[in-house]
Design a protein around this ligand. Structure first.
Ligand code: PEP
Length: 251
């Protein structure tokens, strides 16, 4: 059975002080008793180290929101996978739709980042998902499976990879995919992984759902057989909501 994974993506929110306060509240609620699920929090870069110190005594993973695909050099404003690893990050989120839409990331750059992060010993949460326009045109499957295939091109081992299916139209909009819509795409992603890697990796790969997950809708989403947890944006900024979502995954 796959262990569920719930990660809070704080995006560009919280000063260092606020991030320490929020992570302390989350850690106090969840402590070190996370046996049935894996939990991570992804603060913005300036708060990573301070939040890392808060969660180091707990089972909560430190997660970064992005990294560059080069080790070092003239890339103003960027952060390397090696830097993230050196301050205790376990995971890095790559290919989030906001990075793709607002910062020009392509599946090709996501692929370079995935390979670099894995090579540096980080685990990767690779995000995929269709826009509303793509869904309405009936090309959701083509878009999402294309992102999976190109994002993982040349990646031989999936042990350190998690995929997050995040329909773009559901992110931060309050619109959630129905559990049936989400399950259908998760099953399609798993089938694609089966074609690429075979049965065992496909059965072990965890596929998170992301898109306006909140305490009121989490139970029915997490009950679906191919939904292995969540990537949580807005609701992860409130300790009580995030903890409630984690508890739904841990039960
Ligand atoms: C996200 O940013 O990955 C996300 C799913 O955001 P929200 O939960 O706010 O829709």
């Amino acid at each position: 059975m796959r262990k569920k994974i719930v990660v809070g993506n704080w995006k560009m929110n919280k000063t260092v002080e606020e991030a320490v306060e929020l992570s302390t509240a989350v850690a106090e609620h969840l402590g070190d008793g996370l046996v049935n699920c894996e939990v991570g929090i992804a603060p913005a870069f300036p708060a990573l180290e301070a939040v890392g110190k808060v969660v180091e005594w707990s089972d909560i993973r430190l997660v970064a929101q992005n990294c560059h695909y080069e080790d070092d050099g003239a890339y103003t404003g960027e952060v390397s996978a090696r830097m993230l690893e050196s301050i205790g990050c376990t995971y890095v989120i790559l290919g989030h739709s906001e990075r793709r839409q607002l910062f020009g990331e392509t599946s090709a750059t996501v692929n370079l980042k995935v390979k670099k992060a894995l090579g540096e010993g980080l685990r990767v949460i690779m995000c995929v998902g269709e826009t509303l326009d793509e869904r309405e045109k009936g090309i959701t499957t083509e878009v999402v499976t294309g992102q999976v295939r190109s994002g993982l091109d040349g990646v031989s081992d999936l042990v350190s990879v998690v995929i997050a299916y995040e329909p773009v139209w559901a992110i931060g909009t309050g619109k959630t995919a129905t559990p049936e819509q989400a399950e259908e795409m998760h099953a399609t992603i798993r089938d694609t992984i089966r074609e690429m890697y075979g049965d065992l990796p496909a059965e072990h790969l965890r596929i998170q759902y992301g898109g306006s997950v909140k305490p009121s809708n989490v139970a029915e989403l997490f009950a679906k057989p191919n939904i292995d947890g969540g990537l949580i944006g807005g609701a992860s900024l409130k300790a009580d909501d995030f903890v409630a979502i984690v508890r739904a995954a841990c039960c």
